[in-house]
Design a binder for this molecule. Structure first.
Ligand code: SF4
Length: 427
């Protein structure tokens, strides 16, 4: 490239880069850049060269690139200092990341931490998960809610074990082909485990980016497909190609700990200088909670076969399996439902509140003697007297686990907190 061209063309100019990579220019050089055509003729005097119409926009692009680089730096620095020490962040095993990402969908981190460790201890590899029965997987999932996720995870593990020698695909497009893996999970696995430069967009990321850009939050949930595309475009622009996994986790972490839905901590936000709203934004109204009253029978008897599931003197609890054709939590075990929701005071064992999405259930638990079970309860699915020592390992609904834990009947370690369960868990 002639020396004079260095002076004419900006450092980020595609013409210059083109000329440099070709090492020479042809006779009359018509160099196409993204938005204009520039005539360059090295034999003509400098003042007769065509004016580069791209120069001005390129200055803007260069400025934006610098701003993006600064945002990435600031966010990554903050993440390195402030990231929570979560069990799934201690390695980059794609299977471990996959399990954690599936568990974290719509379940609180505190609940996932507890369940994740037990799950990974029992199914440390994808093959171990693939070889387990569905009932066993559901039992380990108990308390996390949204059981369809567990079924899909199990199915996908079986597919990968049989079709791909137990190795998860590496690229995000291939991961998306597996049951239960959408673009969010695929991007998380591929970027964190393999460094693929692909952006993760979950609810936290969406909220952060909307506030950053000054777009109205929550519009994508209410049918704003165009906004959704804009958010994905911005996420793809911002993701750091050198550390895509860390960058994605940093944005998610910011959304989970600083850019909170109702009370963003803008004063300590590492990217507040880039943010168009800084807390001055409209938030979506809180969804209205509905209330429902239900009642279940807690029936416990002395074991018919002492020694099984807890030794002599062991007791059994009556559980009922939800029919497979139900849309919500099919196949899980629960306490039988009472015919009459109103429970006389003298029989009331306890009342618990149990939230499932936008519904608060006020659940009355009545003690029912074995002889009265048929008369007082509605027959649902298959019933079984289960030794209390075995109940904890079964695929119980979150509510049943909560009731057994509160009444000190659950011999397995109780959960501190139970995640909300789905309204519609469709297989
Ligand atoms: S400045 Fe406030 S609103 Fe903006 S990204 Fe940071 S925490 Fe969110």
């Amino acid at each position: 490239m002639p020396d004079w061209m260095h002076g004419v063309l900006g450092t980020n100019c595609p013409i210059r880069e083109n000329a440099l990579s070709q090492k020479r220019l042809s006779k009359i050089d018509i160099v196409h850049c993204a938005a204009s055509v520039v005539l360059l003729n090295p034999r003509e005097p400098l003042q007769r060269q065509g004016k580069c119409h791209k120069l001005e926009p390129m200055v803007k692009v260069e400025k934006e690139a610098k701003t993006t680089a600064r945002l990435r730096r600031e966010l990554l620095k903050w993440y390195a200092r402030n990231r929570r020490d979560l069990p799934w962040r201690r390695n980059t095993d794609p299977y471990a990341i996959w399990v954690s990402e599936i568990m974290l969908q719509q379940t609180r981190v505190a609940v996932v931490v507890e369940r994740y460790q037990a799950f990974m201890a029992r199914f440390p590899t994808l093959v171990a998960l693939a070889l387990a029965s569905e009932e066993e997987v559901l039992a380990l999932w108990s308390g996390l809610g949204y059981y369809r996720r567990a079924r899909m995870l199990h199915k996908a593990a079986q597919f990968v074990a049989s079709q791909n020698q137990g190795n998860l695909p590496v690229r995000s497009e291939a991961l998306r082909m597996l049951p239960g893996i959408g673009s969010y999970t695929a991007a998380a696995i591929a970027s964190i485990a393999h460094g693929e430069c692909v952006a993760v967009v979950d609810g936290n990321v969406e909220r952060v980016l909307c506030r950053l850009a000054g777009w109205q939050e929550g519009a994508s949930r209410t049918g704003g497909a165009a906004l959704k595309r804009k958010i994905e475009g911005l996420a793809a622009e911002l993701v750091d190609p050198r550390q895509p996994g860390d960058f994605n986790q940093a944005v998610m972490e910011l959304g989970a700990t600083v850019c909170l839905p109702r009370n963003p901590q803008c004063l300590v936000c590492p990217i507040s200088s880039h943010c168009k709203t800084r807390g001055e934004h409209k938030t979506a109204p809180r969804p209205q909670m509905l209330s429902r009253e239900v009642s279940h029978a807690l029936s416990v008897r002395s074991a018919q076969y002492p020694g099984k599931g807890g030794g002599s003197g062991a007791r059994e609890v009556l559980l009922e399996q939800r029919p497979a054709e139900l849309r919500v939590m099919p196949g899980l075990w629960e306490l039988p439902t009472l015919r009459d929701a109103a429970v006389p005071e003298q029989y009331l064992r306890l009342t618990v509140r149990h939230a499932i999405m936008q519904v608060n259930y006020y659940v009355r638990i009545r003690t029912v003697f074995e002889d009265d079970v048929d008369e007082l309860t509605v027959a649902g699915g298959e019933r079984r007297w289960v030794p209390l020592g075995d109940a904890g390992a079964m695929a119980l609904t979150g509510l049943t686990r909560k009731v057994l834990a509160r009444t000190h009947l659950l011999l397995a370690p109780p959960l501190d907190s139970i995640a909300p369960e789905p309204v519609a868990d469709v297989l």
